[in-house]
Design a protein around this ligand. Structure first.
Ligand code: ZN
Length: 406
């Protein structure tokens, strides 16, 4: 973010000008050093300097505007409408025989890809953070709320950036319930910050706390600072690694509260991070993913949010199906609204200031075909999976998620 010059309001510049003027004139009154010509020359120089100063501010403001996306911090690529994906980078696609030749073939694929995926995520972000502070923010009759601060070493791009999350611990804990990792979507502009508003009244993560779950809302979706790593391995992959590291940093905290493993709940890109995280960590037993059925190829070709053209891309995979394949036999539920733009109904995505729209809608082949592949994997490997179609939009119902995880 450019704060220093561009954020100085015109009023501040005017006050600064006035104070300079006062200084010069009082100097004159007390010491009578300047002649009238001298004063005029001084004023001329000050005016010239002010003009120069204002020009720099205006120039930098225009440049900063050009370099910003919607309200994000990822610099706009002017060629973002051009598909830049290099298909030569593809490494992983679920082979047909893993699906058609029965359990043994599938287990072989799953085992091999699991270790490759593990390396992909582990290597995407090489930094190891440390827990700094667990700070009590609120203590009411129903729960305690903490801010978790986690820190990186000086050489890490996230040194001194917000890291960690918000943790809510209900006063009455049911040890049969999992701890929930709750991940917000990309549409929330709390990128790279402690997402305090996720626990506001009426928000889905707060509903999970009200249902007696321990809920951790991690800081997620850093952009510009991790650009080098996100562009290389995929932002979803790096965001997954960062959250996984936070969970590890809190291992002593988890032992204080009786619980039954972990579950992930996420909305939109947060739902995608949720299944990426579940695929990466064996200790996550259940997953609830809302508005997260996005097909990768559609995102690559069509969904080019200004300033965020690559946030959903993972160069190594042909589709998210490869990541899905690591979920069975653990229970998962997908939750998709009929009014969600990612619901296939032949309507193109509309134009917004931050988005040029799409040439087509997602298709049933992409959305349901993708789901059927995953369903087939669960048939082979065992476990529960379903897709709930609801009447709402791109949203997550905390009560539906709480009931599913119970
Ligand atoms: Zn983004």
């Amino acid at each position: 973010m450019v704060h220093s010059l561009t954020s100085a309001p015109p009023g501040a510049i005017f006050l600064w000008e006035l104070s300079l003027h006062r200084h010069v004139t009082s100097h004159y009154a007390h010491h009578e050093i300047f002649t009238q010509v001298g004063i005029m020359k001084s004023k001329g120089i000050i005016a010239a300097l002010l003009f120069l100063f204002c020009s720099i501010i205006v120039f930098r403001y225009i440049e900063a505007k050009k370099a910003k996306g919607r309200d994000g911090d990822l610099a706009v690529n002017k060629e973002e409408k051009v598909i830049s994906y290099d298909y030569g980078e593809l490494k992983f696609d679920v082979p047909i025989d893993a699906l058609a030749m029965g359990k043994d073939s599938f287990v072989v694929w799953q085992k091999n890809f699991k270790s490759q995926y593990h390396n992909m995520v582990s290597n995407s972000w090489p930094w190891s953070p440390e827990l700094k502070e667990v700070r009590l923010l609120e203590d009411n009759e129903k729960y305690k709320k903490f801010q978790i601060d986690i820190g990186y070493e000086k050489s890490c791009p996230l040194f001194n950036s917000s890291s960690g999350g918000i943790l809510a611990i209900p006063k009455v804990i049911d040890s049969s319930k999992p701890i929930i990792i709750a991940i917000h979507g990309h549409e929330r502009s709390t990128w790279g910050k402690h997402p305090l508003d996720m626990l506001d009244e009426g928000q889905w993560a707060k509903t999970l706390v009200d249902n007696g779950y321990i809920v951790f809302c991690p800081v997620s979706m850093h952009h510009e600072k991790i650009k080098e790593y996100g562009s290389k391995s995929g932002y979803l992959v790096v965001w997954t690694k960062i959250i996984s590291d936070y969970i590890d940093c809190l291992k002593n905290e988890w032992t204080k509260h009786p619980h039954n493993g972990f579950a992930v709940v996420g909305l939109s890109a947060g739902g995608q991070i949720s299944y990426f995280l579940m695929a990466y960590r064996d200790d996550i037993q259940k997953g609830f993913f809302a508005g997260a059925n996005q097909p990768l190829e559609f995102m690559r070709r069509e969904y080019r949010a200004k300033g965020h053209p690559e946030c959903w891309d993972v160069p190594a995979i042909a589709s998210y199906t490869a990541i899905y394949s690591l979920l069975p036999p653990r229970s998962v539920r997908f939750y998709l609204g009929k009014k969600d733009p990612f619901y296939p109904n032949m309507e193109k995505f509309p134009v917004y200031p931050w988005f040029d729209g799409t040439k087509r809608d997602v298709t049933t082949d992409e959305i349901y075909g993708n789901f059927l592949l995953l369903k087939e994997m669960y048939k082979i490997r065992g476990g529960d999976i379903d897709l709930i179609i609801h009447d709402g939009g791109h949203e997550l119902n905390g009560q539906v998620a709480a009931d599913f995880l119970n």
